[in-house]
Design a protein around this ligand. Structure first.
Ligand code: F6P
Length: 506
């Protein structure tokens, strides 16, 4: 018989959470909560020892996982059953990396083979000289590719990729300024092939090619979509439409043909390494018992903070410029997946859902926002991301100072410092987790991303949320469309006055 959830959450709230420094009185704490995981591109150390995780809290979280049928839900996810119940479909991003139902893995491999052939044809010059790719997409069709390209191509790329997402024409203009129409191809990335921002940007990119003397602008376009018929209707030749399955969610789609720009920049081999790194985490997630599962451990710590200790946000700082876009990517993953007020069966959640994910880059953030983390009134768990091997050839002092600052922050947040002068006192007992990768390469980046996908999934399952829909984004889109269609009336007085002041709508 499963235990009642409300009572279990109440138990989690009632646990005594000793101060972090006191938790280290346990000589086994470090071995228990800091684990180095060997992965295809090098090891990553996942250190959760400076969080309030401890065996008594974990035991309750394990019982919540049982009550929520977590193991069965994980099986459903991996085996391609309709875990996205509100939309009646599966969530098969892991099949893209070879971990899923046999049929979905075979289908993903076939679609990847098609993508590989096109990438190689372009690299081999079948489309003439191609120096740049403007990748147009938004949300899940942009954030993952942008992160991967920024992280992995600082030393150069087979083709320079410019990711354009915003409808603000300044974004497309900047990309166009950096490219020559004669040597540029355009990728239109949209699962639905209807997203306003993407379709308007795509049309303007074609105008730019045309104005730049390209005779057949449509001949320079590749479509990445789960709606291939719409792309063909729009004018893309079907030989240049790279489809992916409807069961791959937008924010989980960078492993599918949405990853085309990654393959264009790195070569398909690099993209395959990216998939392999993610697959290694899939295997860890699926095959490791809950008690030593690193993904589950991270989600458990997240839940202690949101469900028992009242934290409303979680901060993520990349102590590596190459991972500067990681917090942006993570915001969509976590907030669009788990920012919900109802459970998967439509009942009020009755508990806090996802925290606000935010963050930045170290050491910059230390000189801007860390004051609040150290001495503010909020308790904000922090994640640090760092890489042992630097991404540059400058004086090693740069990297040494970067990493020592990263570790110093975690130590300072936890230890604090007493002072008779209140302004100079640090309360300490502020949690952090650190992920330290040996190297940053396609495989380790793939692993870090997959780790966070599954971490988000575990939190959702523990709360009973469906992380794979995002109905909350629809209302604003519908109202914007209504205004654009000339219906600028019938709103509240503030909105009507703003529309009138800007001279739009009505
Ligand atoms: O508005 C939210 C959203 O639907 C995201 O979930 C998605 O990643 C993004 O828009 C882009 O959608 P599409 O890939 O269909 O253009």
């Amino acid at each position: 018989m499963t235990e009642p959830l409300a009572a279990l959450w109440a138990e989690l709230e009632a646990v005594d959470y000793p101060a972090l420094a006191d938790l280290f009185a346990d000589p086994d704490r470090l071995t228990r909560y800091a684990t180095t995981l060997g992965l295809p591109g090098g090891a990553i150390r996942f250190d959760w020892s400076k969080t309030h995780l401890h065996p008594a809290a974990e035991a309750i979280l394990v019982r919540i996982a049982e009550a929520q049928g977590f193991a069965e839900k994980r099986r459903q996810l991996i085996e391609g059953e309709p875990i996205n119940n509100t939309e009646g479909r599966a969530a098969e991003h892991t099949a893209q990396r070879g971990v899923g139902s046999a049929a979905s893995v075979v289908e993903a491999e076939a679609l990847h083979a098609r993508m590989e052939a096109l990438v190689e044809a372009i690299h081999e010059g079948l489309f003439g000289e191609v120096r740049s790719l403007i990748h147009i997409g938004i949300g899940g069709s942009a954030l993952g590719p942008a992160l991967a390209i920024d992280a992995l191509t600082r030393d150069g790329a087979r083709v320079a990729v410019h990711v354009v997402s915003n409808i603000d024409g300044c974004a497309l203009e900047a990309a166009c300024r950096a490219c020559d129409p004669a040597t540029t191809m355009i990728a239109i990335a949209s699962k639905t092939f209807t997203t306003t921002e993407t379709m308007v940007n795509a049309a303007s990119a074609l105008d730019w090619l045309r104005a730049g003397g390209v005779e057949d602008p449509y001949g320079r376009v590749i479509a990445l979509t789960a709606a291939p018929e719409k792309a063909v209707e729009w004018g893309v030749d079907d030989t240049r439409v790279l489809p992916f399955g409807e069961s791959v969610g937008g924010r989980y789609s960078l492993w599918s043909s949405i990853g085309f720009p990654i393959a264009m920049a790195l070569g398909f081999g690099g993209f395959a390494e990216f998939l392999a790194g993610a697959a290694a985490i899939d295997h860890h997630f699926v095959e490791t018992p809950i008690e030593s599962n690193l993904v589950v451990r991270a989600a458990f710590a997240d839940l202690i903070y949101t469900q028992a200790l009242g934290c409303q946000s979680r901060a993520v700082f990349a102590y590596d410029e190459r991972l500067a876009l990681f917090p942006d990517y993570l915001q969509q993953l976590e907030m669009e997946s788990n920012g919900k007020s109802v459970t998967a069966d439509g009942k009020p959640l009755g508990r806090p859902s996802a925290p606000v994910t935010w963050g930045g880059v170290g050491t910059d953030a230390q000189h801007a926002v860390f004051q609040l983390l150290h001495q503010g009134t909020h308790l904000i768990p922090v994640d640090f991301l760092a890489v042992k091997i630097p991404g540059h050839d400058l004086d090693p002092a740069h990297h040494q100072i970067l990493l020592s600052n990263c570790f110093a922050q975690g130590a300072a947040l936890m230890a604090g410092k007493a002072s008779d002068d209140g302004a100079r006192a640090y309360p300490g007992n502020r949690p952090s987790a650190t992920m330290l990768a040996d190297d940053l390469n396609p495989a380790t980046l793939g692993a870090l991303i997959a780790f966070h996908e599954h971490r988000t999934f575990v939190s959702a399952m523990m709360l009973g949320i469906n992380p794979f829909d995002q109905f909350g984004v629809e209302l604003g889109k519908a109202i914007a469309k209504q205004i654009d269609a000339g219906g600028g009336e019938g709103f509240d007085p503030s909105t009507e006055a703003l529309l009138a002041a800007a001279g739009i709508g009505g």
